[in-house]
Design a protein around this ligand. Structure first.
Ligand code: F6R
Length: 613
């Protein structure tokens, strides 16, 4: 979704803004713009398309002189991607300039009112309404802070805003609600941004703003206010990770880099939580007594994180014998779920900012459930709103399509399965130790898979299959959940229409879609269901399907008897097999996307952090 950067200091702002926006490209965007504020007033440059177009338009920023500015990458919500709808937006009288991430739900009512009092609009956006609302209240109040406070009281929806006022040179305001925003402390310069990579080159001292927070700052200092308008102190956090974590490091795409980072991400997430042969979740406040009383678990998330939840159902039910229901956050929030103090709601999110997931979490809190978030981004809104947090230490994930965050989320499910299963006595000590051993061996097994030969093999398969535009993934039990993820990957980055079905379900309808040469990807990683899945493969083969099978190395000879091509993975404990099975599916989608000429890291229409409903 949209990205914001703001700078005040002694350096030229425009190149810093362009550089910062480039670090936010991963969020997904369709247009971009910057405004530099100098003694000559606001200089605005904006354009539809990639940042390279904006950079060309401004000669790398050199055309816009001044040491204060705001920049924006836009992911269109109100109005098509175009120059006029790009941010920044300037108010009618030219005095207020804003960049905005989020959605103002009541923008039409506000716009109509503002038009009735003579404010003029050039764009279709809700953001121009904000600029004019600020102008309206500024004219009444004569004070920028008071004007912004009165205006945001009238706005419903979500926003992170960078605000400049022609009457306030050398100064910027920023305010947020339900969209991410950080403040960065520099030496004689200060920053705002939607995410850390945008400013990491300049500072490691950042504050994550809370909903309702406002910051009023110049080059030398900042004053923070909370939602009640009270002055508050903010202690900066130190960002420990290296800039290289947000760069490609020699890989052609972030996605490939992040696929390769999975073993390390798994190790970083799992190892610190194993002490003396036991899973120790120091991060949890959940008492043993509470867990013993849990009668039902919901796993709430969106997209791939939800598919981790689908795996979580099989894993946690098997190990803990508690009913588990995975549910999409966008459904959960309006479903009036039956929750109580014996319900544990597990929320999964890489970004920690996904609007639906955050809203679902708040709903669960309100309804009296205990909430536990599995989150990657430290200090994110979800990490703050949940009762308990377990961080996935995947490091920054830049590619829009998740890989390493997905893998670490799954590893946390295994940790929870061991932890709760042990506590409840539903896992035998022998099984506990076997799973724990397999979990600690996963990174090694994954590393062993990621060889050049393995990648080349999958690239060749993609080279043979990339012209298929309808693909069906089938699998049973855990594999059916892996299929959902494999299918999503193929859709989002290779733009291939694909569906995922529980293999046994195919004959209840979808099999009518199988015809000569339809590509079916059959995941057969659950040993006791291998033969059953192969029976389903035979059914689709009998109708002409071209089948790519995926199974463990020990079953190579068996699977080759039935399928046309195969992908193999090392064998691990059956419950952990999905962790390895997903890897070739990620790589397959990657090479399919390349073969089809797609932009792997920035797929069309998608955003990394979905901060609107
Ligand atoms: C798919 C993907 C998305 C996210 C989903 C949730 O590759 O990345 O489906 O999983 O948008 O995002 P988070 O985990 O940030 O809440």
């Amino acid at each position: 979704m949209c990205g914001i950067v703001g700078y005040i200091g002694k350096r030229q702002a425009a190149p810093i803004l362009l550089d910062g926006l480039a670090k936010l490209e991963y969020r997904g965007y369709d247009s971009a713009g910057i405004c530099v504020f100098s003694e000559d007033g606001f200089s605005v440059a904006k354009t539809k398309g990639r940042l390279s177009a904006l950079s060309e338009l401004t000669n790398g920023g050199a055309e816009l002189c001044g040491c204060l500015g705001i920049g924006h990458t836009r992911w269109a919500t109100h109005g098509a991607p175009s120059d006029k709808n790009s941010h920044p937006h300037v108010s009618s009288n030219g005095k207020i300039c804003v960049v905005h991430n989020g959605i103002i739900e009541n923008y039409l009512v506000l716009k109509e009112y503002l038009q009735s009092v003579g404010k003029a609009f050039e764009s279709d956006t809700d953001t121009e309404v904000i600029a004019n609302l600020f102008e309206y209240y500024y004219e009444l109040e004569g004070d920028l802070i008071r004007a912004v406070k009165r205006a945001i009281e009238k706005m419903t929806g979500s926003y992170a805003l960078g605000i400049l006022c022609m009457d306030c040179p050398g100064r910027m305001l920023a305010v947020k609600k339900n969209s991410p925003l950080i403040f960065g402390f520099g030496e004689g310069e200060n920053f705002i941004a939607s995410d850390v990579p945008a400013i990491l080159k300049y500072t490691r001292k950042v504050v994550y703003l809370n909903d309702g927070d406002m910051v009023d700052f110049n080059a030398d200092g900042a004053v923070f206010y909370n939602a009640l308008g009270e002055r508050i102190e903010k202690v900066p956090e130190h960002i420990a990770w290296e800039m290289s974590a947000a760069e490609k490091g020699g890989y052609p795409h972030f996605m490939m880099k992040e696929i390769h980072e999975q073993p390390k991400a798994l190790r970083d997430t799992v190892s610190p939580r194993i002490k003396n042969g036991r899973v120790v979740l120091d991060d949890l406040q959940l008492s043993a007594e509470y867990l013993r009383g849990v009668r039902r678990i919901y796993i709430v998330a969106c997209g791939s994180a939800y598919y981790v939840g689908c795996l979580g159902k099989y894993i946690l039910e098997k190990t803990c014998r508690i009913p588990v229901e995975p549910i999409l956050a966008s459904e959960f929030r309006y479903a009036q779920p039956v929750l109580g103090d014996d319900t544990l709601v597990i929320i999964i999110s890489q970004s920690g900012e996904t609007a639906d997931t955050l809203a679902a979490l708040r709903e669960a809190n309100t309804l009296g459930a205990r909430t536990l978030a599995i989150v990657n981004v430290v200090g994110s809104a979800i990490s703050k709103a949940a009762h308990d947090v377990i961080y996935t230490w995947a490091g920054p994930e830049i590619a829009v399509a998740t890989t390493k965050a997905y893998s670490t989320q799954l590893s946390v499910i295994y940790l929870l399965a061991l932890y709760i299963g042990d506590l409840l006595g539903t896992l035998s000590q022998e099984e506990y130790q076997t799973i724990l051993k397999a979990l600690t061996e996963l990174p090694e097994k994954m590393t062993a898979m990621l060889t050049e030969n393995y990648l080349e093999h999958i690239e060749t398969l993609a080279g043979e299959l990339y012209e298929h535009h309808d693909v069906f993934f089938i699998g049973r039990n855990l594999d059916s959940a892996t299929c959902l993820e494999g299918s999503l990957k193929l859709k989002e980055i290779a733009y291939v229409h694909s569906e995922a079905y529980a293999a046994g379900e195919l004959k209840h309808g979808p099999i009518s879609l199988i015809e000569d040469n339809t590509l079916v990807i059959a995941v057969a990683g659950v040993p006791e269901l291998f033969d059953k899945t192969m029976s389903n493969v035979k059914e689709v083969k009998a109708r002409g399907a071209n089948v790519l099978g995926l199974t463990t190395e020990d079953l190579e000879a068996d699977i080759r008897k039935t399928v046309d091509r195969c992908l193999l993975v090392p064998k691990t404990h059956p419950l952990l097999q999905p962790s390895l099975n997903v890897v070739p599916l990620q790589i397959f989608s990657y090479y399919m996307a390349l073969a089809r000429g797609c932009d792997v890291d920035k797929p069309r229409n998608l955003a990394k952090s979905v901060t609107v409903e």
